[in-house]
Design a protein around this ligand. Structure first.
Ligand code: HEM
Length: 128
C-alpha cells in the first residue's frame, strides 16, 4: 500500500489535544494517543503540534527506544513540495562555519604580517 501523503497545511490543522500531528524527518505522526504516555510530557508535544518538530526532537537526544516507538504513530509522509532536507541544512551550517573559519584565518595572516612589518620598520628606524 502506498504511503499516505500530507501537506504541511494539513498537518497545521491538527495542533490541539483532540488531534495532535507533527512532522519529524518529513514523516507525519499522529501522537494524540501518546500525549499522556510521553515521558517528556504532553506539553512538549503540544508545543510542536502542527509543525515540523525535527529539530526539537533531535535536540532532546531521544534514544533508539523512542525512535522505535515512533513507528507506531506514523500516519504518512509530507508531500514532496513541503519536505525539508535536514541533512543539507546541516551541511549549509557547516559550510557557513568553514567560511567563518576561513575569514578568521585570513584575518590572522593579515595581523601577523602587519606585526612583522611593524617590528622590521621599528628596527630600521631604531638603527638610524
Ligand atoms: C513520536 C514522537 C516522539 C516519541 C515517540 C517520543 C518518545 C520519548 C521517549 C520514549 C522519551 C524517554 C527518553 C528516551 O527514551 O529518549 C522521551 C523523552 C522526552 N521527549 Fe519525546 N518523543 C517524541 C517526540 C518529542 C518531541 C516532538 C519533543 C519536543 C520537544 C519531545 C520532547 C521530549 C522531552 C523533553 C523528553 C524528556 C527528556 C528527559 O527528561 O531527559 N519528544 N520522548
Amino acid at each position: 500500500m502506498a504511503t499516505k501523503q500530507y501537506s504541511l497545511a494539513e498537518v497545521k490543522n491538527h495542533k490541539d489535544k483532540n488531534s495532535t500531528w507533527l512532522v519529524i524527518h518529513n514523516s507525519v505522526y499522529d501522537v494524540t494517543p501518546f500525549l499522556l504516555e510521553h515521558p517528556g510530557g504532553e506539553d512538549s508535544l503540544l508545543e510542536e503540534a502542527g509543525k515540523d518538530a525535527t529539530e526539537a526532537f533531535e535536540d532532546v537526544g531521544h534514544t533508539s527506544d523512542a525512535k522505535e516507538m515512533m513507528i507506531k504513530y506514523k500516519i504518512g509522509e509530507l508531500i514532496e513540495a513541503d519536505r525539508i532536507d535536514h541533512k543539507n541544512k546541516n551541511n549549509q551550517e557547516e559550510s557557513t562555519v568553514s567560511r567563518l573559519m576561513h575569514s578568521t584565518c585570513l584575518r590572522c595572516t593579515v595581523a601577523v604580517t602587519l606585526g612583522v612589518a611593524a617590528v622590521v620598520l621599528f628596527r630600521l628606524f631604531y638603527k638610524h
